[in-house]
Design a protein around this ligand. Structure first.
Ligand code: ADP
Length: 336
């Protein structure tokens, strides 16, 4: 598909360049031809006046020479146009590839996203389908079994809902990031970081309590430029991960550090840590690290959503980790 688009684009480039080149050649030819015709006319008049004795005969341009000059001019212009055709064809082919590359990359990325999303959707759907089929095939089913089946179905439906919520969020944040880049349309307001972090901790308290994980906070009150809801979401994702990837009874610490105009929020856990090889990949969509790592609920979309949110705030997320010792995710945001 991109090869034919590349050829079409090259043809368009060529047509434009050749149209300009041929036009210029015609202008040059007409101008020089007019001059040569004038020389011929002047020569004719001079010869006539010379015969009549009005002016003394003077050496003048030979008509054969003028004819040869015309032929040489046409030959040179054709040669130049051929040269331009070959050069601009090669340059146009290269340029077309450069022009189409970002579009080709985007299409590849979209296709990868669709394939990954369909793959993730298939797992809960297959298990939902097979559970229902088995139940339908059974000759009789007790009320207890039906309830168990429905509970299991509901679990799969919840997974599907979480996945579709994450997919919607990721596309929304990406779309908004494009709009933001164009119009700066999101409502960024002065927000006390402590309020956002308190709200985020409240959202993960049940999960933390379930694993007997203590969340410690050492925060310096600072106002940041932020969109409250999405920033809250970012910290919930990081805290949720810190709890998910920590053993029972672990510790999670939230601290802040201030440098010129920037506040760094650090979320440190005492969990399983991240492999060196996984570190550059964990922000990719659907990446869940080494398959041997303990399985948790999730689709590998949390960190990519978090990164979109940080970008939208003109901020960054960095990670430092030691396998088996824990990880620190640090979010840098602009102070208000
Ligand atoms: P998931 O839904 O799998 O948690 P994320 O995008 O949030 O997806 O994270 C991607 C991967 O990064 C996780 O699967 C996990 O392997 C790794 N990861 C993220 N946060 C942590 C953490 N605090 N400790 C250890 N590994 C982590």
């Amino acid at each position: 598909m991109f090869h034919s688009a590349r050829l079409k684009l090259t043809t368009f480039y060529l047509l434009i360049i050749m149209a300009i080149s041929v036009l210029f050649s015609l202008v040059i030819y007409t101008g020089i031809d007019r001059e040569l015709t004038r020389f011929e006319r002047m020569r004719g008049e001079r010869v006539e006046r010379g015969i009549l004795g009005a002016v003394p005969p003077r050496p003048s341009l030979d008509p054969q020479l003028i004819g040869e000059a015309r032929d040489r001019l046409i030959f040179t212009l054709v040669l130049i146009n051929l040269g331009i055709l070959i050069l601009s064809g090669a340059a146009g082919y290269l340029l077309a590839s450069l022009t189409l590359k970002p579009i080709a990359d985007m299409v590849d990325e979209q296709n990868r996203f669709i394939t990954d999303a369909s793959h993730e959707l298939r797992t809960p759907l297959t298990s939902l389908k097979s559970e229902i089929e088995v139940a339908l095939r059974a000759k009789s089913i007790t009320a207890k079994e039906s309830k168990e089946l429905l509970a299991s179905n509901l679990e799969e439906v919840n997974k599907l809902q979480n996945l579709s919520d994450s997919l919607i969020k990721i596309t929304q944040y990406q779309k908004n990031a494009e709009i933001t880049a164009q119009k700066n349309s999101i409502t960024i307001e002065k927000t006390p970081i402590e309020d956002v972090l308190d709200a985020a901790v409240r959202k993960v308290t049940v999960l933390a309590k379930g694993k007997k994980i203590d969340i410690e906070k050492k925060i310096t009150q600072t106002d940041v430029k932020a969109e409250k809801t999405s920033l809250l979401e970012l910290f919930v994702i990081l805290l949720d991960n810190a709890i998910k990837y920590s053993p029972k009874g672990g510790k999670v610490r939230i601290t802040t550090k201030r440098t010129d105009g920037i506040i760094h929020v650090l979320i440190t856990d005492s969990g399983i840590g991240i492999n060196k090889e996984d570190m550059p990949l964990i922000f990719n969509r659907f990446y869940r690290g080494n398959p041997n790592r303990p399985k948790t609920n999730g689709y590998g979309l949390g960190l990519s959503i978090a990164q979109e949110i940080a970008k939208r705030h003109g901020g960054t997320i960095n990670v430092e980790s030691k396998l088996g010792r824990g990880s620190t995710f640090s979010v840098a945001l602009r102070k208000a």
